[in-house]
Design a protein around this ligand. Structure first.
Ligand SMILES: Cc1cc2nc3c(=O)[nH]c(=O)nc-3n(C[C@H](O)[C@H](O)[C@H](O)COP(=O)(O)OP(=O)(O)OC[C@H]3O[C@@H](n4cnc5c(N)ncnc54)[C@H](O)[C@@H]3O)c2cc1C
Length: 391
């Protein structure tokens, strides 16, 4: 039976983007979200041009630009000294080179933009308090249970995050594993950000076994802070109150203005798990995407970007061959895997580099400074310049 009705499990970034991309290709989509209300726990998000172009194609430019900031540059600084090592220029020339701007924004602003577009799309139904409980694939099609009731579907998209339920129906799918790191989030008003954070720039502080990223959100009214530390703590919670002793120890000895950023705000802790992209992502009528398929470390700020890219490729493959979904999903997985694997591994490598000890960091910093910002940015042309046509 050709695919017409698609059930998407999860209304996160992956779920809402895939619903929009599939509806734009003519499919009827029901998005089933476990939560009673849609709210974004995390604070900020960096949206690189590779995914920005896709959102632009879905008509979201104006909604994103109403709240996003386009940073002029990424300043990379030493955390212990506060000194700037190098600046990667993100302005007009980088946007021209990569085919779109680099944006930073509050997650809730992206969610609102996606949700507005979804609700305006006649082909998408959004169901809240609608957890996908079970998916079974048999010879005669799919059996899908949502909030205890069966629901008709020709195809299921598992966009239900790192602890995916849908994944259980995909034989050979990889399971989430702890990474030994935790991420800490906080926001501060822009006027309390201190001397090292320039208004229109993203700042990355590197140090032994920890780093800190800061960037403007909410049109520049606030600054989003994300710290990642080596920390074996593994809690099931997504939004835990912080044990400040851990943060305090990780940033001991850092430059005073950076310490002030750590000491001031109210932090929340988040255990980082990863899903190896080598596992299976699809069967004949079930596709996983986003964190459900390949949750990654946040060091390249690409988890959501990869989910958005997945959505575009999945929709294109299904639209090309709605009568043969098994083949379409095989092509989706084959097209996405090499790129996502490269990004997933790149994020791990970046993590090791960011967290080098003091002596090794001297060589790293000297190397980056000698290379210079434009050449360092050019190393990411493969990442930021990607288009869906490439694979
Ligand atoms: C600290 C940190 C910083 C990051 N920064 C960036 C960044 O700057 N840029 C970037 O691109 N990425 C970033 N990421 C990665 C990004 O946040 C994730 O990759 C992305 O949010 C994953 O989206 P998703 O929709 O796949 O999953 P989720 O956001 O987890 O959404 C899954 C949804 O499914 C729902 N759900 C779960 N189970 C069910 C079920 N059985 N039935 C129905 N619904 C269900 C959940 O309630 C949720 O709404 C960062 C990650 C972290 C941890």
């Amino acid at each position: 039976m050709p695919v017409r009705r698609v059930v998407v499990a999860g209304a996160g970034i992956a779920g809402l983007t895939s619903a929009l991309a599939l509806a734009a290709r003519g499919f009827e989509v029901t998005v089933c979200e476990r939560a009673r209300v849609l709210s974004e726990v995390g604070a900020g998000l960096q949206l690189s041009p590779n995914c920005g172009r896709i959102l632009s194609g879905l008509g979201l430019d104006a909604a994103l630009d109403a709240h996003a900031v386009r940073p002029e540059a990424i300043d990379i600084r030493s955390g212990p000294s506060g000194r700037r090592i190098v600046a990667l220029p993100l302005g007009a020339s980088a946007a021209a080179r990569h085919g779109g701007p680099y944006r930073v924004l509050h997650r809730a602003d992206l969610q609102k933009a996606l949700l507005g577009a979804v609700l305006a799309q006649g082909r998408v139904t959004l169901a809240l308090e609608a957890a996908v409980d079970a998916v079974e694939e048999g010879r005669d099609g799919l059996g899908v249970t949502v909030a205890g009731e069966p629901i008709e579907a020709d195809l299921v998209v598992g966009a239900d995050g790192v602890r995916s339920t849908v994944r259980g129906a995909v034989a050979g799918a990889a399971m989430p594993r702890p990474t030994g790191r935790t991420a800490w989030r906080a926001t501060v008003p822009a006027d309390a950000a201190g001397p090292l954070l320039a208004a229109m720039r993203t700042t990355l502080f590197l140090g032994p076994a920890a780093h800190l990223v800061a960037y403007p959100i909410s049109g520049g009214a606030a600054v989003n802070l994300v710290a990642v530390v080596e920390d074996p703590h593994a809690a099931p919670g997504w939004d835990e109150p912080a044990d400040l002793a851990v943060l305090d120890a990780a940033f001991a000895g850092w430059a005073e203005p950076v310490r002030a950023l750590i000491d001031g705000p109210l932090w929340r802790r988040f255990t980082l798990n990863a899903v190896d992209p080598a596992g299976r992502w699809a069967t004949a009528r079930i596709a996983l995407l986003g964190d459900a398929a390949h949750a990654m470390l946040p060091f390249l700020a690409q988890g959501a970007a990869m989910a958005i890219e997945d959505a575009a490729v999945l929709a294109a493959e299904l639209a090309d061959a709605p009568a043969t979904p098994a083949a379409a999903l095989r092509r989706y997985e084959a097209r996405r895997k090499p790129r996502v694997t490269k990004v997933w591994q790149g994020a791990r490598t970046a993590g090791r580099l960011y967290h080098l000890g003091r002596i090794a960091a001297l060589a790293r910093d000297a190397g980056m400074a000698a290379l210079g910002g434009p050449a360092l940015l050019a190393r990411y042309d493969w990442l930021y310049g990607w288009t869906p046509e490439e694979g």
